[in-house]
Design a protein around this ligand. Structure first.
Ligand SMILES: [Zn+2]
Ligand SMILES: [Zn+2]
Length: 275
């Protein structure tokens, strides 16, 4: 069994009730944070999970809303662990440069804490691994594969397939439908996909917001990917616009018209057991 918890279901639009995009995957005693948007550690704390408990941080892409709290994850991991405990970060090419720049921005803080705490003698240890495809993790019964997604002009972007104990969960991130995502998701038990209501967004007057239409999946697009891949469960997240109370049924109906499996969406901390 793999547990999927939507830590943050929000978007760049600041919402008092939805943290930025991030999903926690628990597979046995391993915990993977997939993206680290606004407020991620506050939501993880509600589950009793701290930065020190994260096995690895997986990044689907480097759009700011998906990495807003990278500095918080790095710093909190550093100051709440008492032996050298490197943070493993797995992401697309470009991740190392972003991590290095984040550490540069933290340089004053790193200096203060090393000067102040006798037992902190080193800067945060972060191990970055960049991939666009193939096996990115194979430890303790958990195997993680990645493949390219299509979120152009943001590139490269990647999705993850996490396999444990005969169960597979795929995290698409932000993407329009594409063959490599279909292949990654084929036969998985669940697909976690970001989705926007194109029928609502296209009516908005601001072109700046309508710009998002061409590089995200609609609810129906995500459902069609789930149907083609033959997954059992579709989990939608990163909602634009966020469903108001009572509107979740509309989202479910749009997806159910295309995909006849289990469909899950909800508020932050919505949890789905898979397998
Ligand atoms: Zn994005
Ligand atoms: Zn996004």
């Amino acid at each position: 069994m793999i547990e999927v918890t939507l830590l943050g279901t929000g978007s760049p639009m600041v919402d008092p009730n939805r943290a930025g995009p991030s999903t926690l995957i628990q597979a046995g005693d391993q915990r993977f944070l997939v993206d680290c948007g606004r407020g991620v550690l506050m939501r993880a704390a509600a589950l009793g999970v701290g930065a020190a408990n994260v096995t690895a941080l997986l990044l689907t892409h480097l759009h700011s809303d998906h990495i807003t709290d990278l500095s918080d994850v790095i710093t909190t991991r550093w100051v709440t662990t008492f032996t050298r405990t490197p943070l493993t970060v797995i992401g697309p090419p470009g991740t190392s440069a972003v991590v290095d720049a984040t550490l540069s921005a933290l340089a004053p803080d790193i200096g203060y804490r090393i000067a102040h705490h006798a037992d902190i003698t080193e800067p945060p240890a972060v191990e970055v691994h960049e991939f666009t495809d193939g096996v990115v993790w194979d430890q303790g019964g958990v195997k993680i594969l990645t493949a390219r997604t299509d979120h152009r002009p943001v590139e490269p972007t990647i999705g993850f397939r996490i396999e444990f104990d005969g169960t597979a969960v795929v995290l698409a991130g932000d993407s329009v439908p594409c063959a490599s995502l279909d292949a990654l998701a084929t036969g998985a038990d669940a697909l976690v996909h970001t989705a926007i209501r194109k029928d609502l967004v296209e009516r908005l007057p601001q072109q700046r917001i309508r710009d998002i239409l061409d590089y995200h999946s609609s609810v129906q697009d995500a459902a069609a990917t789930a149907a083609r891949a033959g997954v059992g469960t579709l989990v939608l997240t990163h909602y634009v616009p966020p469903p108001a109370p009572g509107q979740e049924q509309d989202w479910l109906a749009l997806a159910a018209a295309v995909f006849d499996g289990r469909i899950e969406l909800g508020d932050d901390l919505h949890r789905v057991e898979v397998g």
